[in-house]
Design a protein around this ligand. Structure first.
Ligand SMILES: Cc1cc2nc3c(=O)[nH]c(=O)nc-3n(C[C@H](O)[C@H](O)[C@H](O)COP(=O)(O)O)c2cc1C
Length: 353
């Protein structure tokens, strides 16, 4: 019902308007919508990671709710967790001009937002108010440096963010992989990860939330695996794979808009990276799989490739608000079909085969 309304009525109307304008309109509506408890999740979808109970493994990917304005709505839609952010230390406007482009024939988006946001103080205050009323959903916070932060001060930006926001999160994600902040992806190297980790640990005063690192799908394989080794060695708690890609033609995308590509063309690329990480690390570090998920089969594929949990963003734009509920129903059926008694049993099943 909701799916049909979205596909045949809402989406055709919304897709005539500018993508970022629609984004703000929907966020405003969601932030004012009273929260509703979703159907309880079946036990087969429950999982425990880092000692935290998740009622289901489907999360909202970073970028949709940068300033944590609609946390209750993500719960109402049925997500098991929401990753808000990227949050930067200071407020910033992001890149100028049109910044989100739809590629409807490919089920994809290209964005070059560049972390527009209210900054960590505003987000922390909002989360403090929310915590008073008890958060209904597991919350991850994605952290990134300001665009005008000098390269030698980037690690300090992460440390400041961790200090201010770490206590509000069930887990935090160090974003070193957005393509729209110049130089950010250079932080995806063992040496620089050490720098970030030392800065975060050195200044940490708040309670210890698990720390994950979010990687790009455009790394050379050797480099990717070295980074994963370093993540384990340093004590990172997980890897988010992946962010948007700069690749185009080899993914069958003709568009030459600048920015990060997300959605369906990213599915197989992200899945290949999840398998690589899972096999290389022998499942020793949890992976949050993200990229191109728009159905239960897609989510299940990422989990069987090695992801402990998954996230989505672009799929929601193309499939609408009923997507999370339908993924959960489909995933429950797929797990039962294959004889798995829980999500945990299915993690990495295809990578081990
Ligand atoms: C409009 C837009 C904005 C995004 N902003 C962020 C961001 O601020 N931080 C981040 O780590 N990832 C960001 N992402 C990347 C998503 O979190 C995700 O990694 C990527 O889109 C792949 O997932 P998908 O194919 O389900 O969209 C953004 C993606 C989109 C489409």
């Amino acid at each position: 019902m909701l799916d049909r309304f979205y596909r045949y009525i809402a989406k055709p109307l919304l897709f005539r308007l500018d993508a970022e304008a629609v984004h703000h309109m929907i966020l405003t509506i969601l932030s004012h919508t009273p929260s509703m408890a979703p159907w309880p999740d079946p036990p087969v979808l429950n999982l425990n990671l880092w000692g935290i109970e998740f009622s289901n493994p489907i999360g909202l990917a970073a970028g949709m709710d940068k300033d944590a304005v609609a946390v209750h709505a993500w719960h109402s839609l049925g997500f098991g967790f929401a990753e808000v952010g990227t949050v930067t230390p200071r407020p910033q406007p992001g890149n100028p001009g049109r910044r989100i482009f739809r590629l409807p024939e490919r089920g994809a988006l290209i964005n070059r937002l560049g972390f527009p946001g209210e900054g960590m103080e505003a987000v922390a205050e909002r989360l403090e108010r929310l915590r008073h009323r008890r958060l209904p959903i597991r919350l991850a916070i994605n952290l990134g440096p300001n665009k005008d932060t000098a390269p030698e001060a980037v690690a300090e930006d992460y440390a400041a963010l961790m200090n201010r926001l770490g206590g509000h999160a069930d887990f935090v994600v160090i974003n070193v992989s957005s393509p729209n902040t110049p130089g950010l992806r250079n932080w995806q190297s063992p040496e620089r990860m050490r720098e970030i980790y030392a800065a975060i640990k050195g200044g940490q005063t708040s309670t210890r939330a698990p720390i994950l690192i979010k990687l790009a799908p455009d790394l050379q394989r050797v480099e990717l695996l070295k980074i994963c080794d370093t993540a384990i060695e340093l004590g990172f708690d997980g890897i988010v794979a992946t962010n948007t890609t700069l690749r185009r033609k080899d993914l069958g995308v003709a568009s030459d808009y600048e920015g990060g590509l997300s959605g369906r063309p990213l599915l197989e690329l992200a899945r290949g990276i999840i398998v690589d990480i899972y096999r290389h690390t022998a499942g020793r570090i949890p992976i949050v799989g993200v990229g191109g998920i728009a159905s239960a089969e897609d989510a299940y594929g990422h989990i069987r490739a090695g992801a402990s949990m998954v996230e989505l963003y672009t799929g929601l734009i193309y499939e609408g608000p009923g997507l999370v509920a339908s993924i959960k129903v489909g995933l429950t059926g797929l797990l039962r079909r294959d004889g798995f008694g829980s999500i945990s049993e299915a993690i990495g099943a295809a990578a081990r085969a």
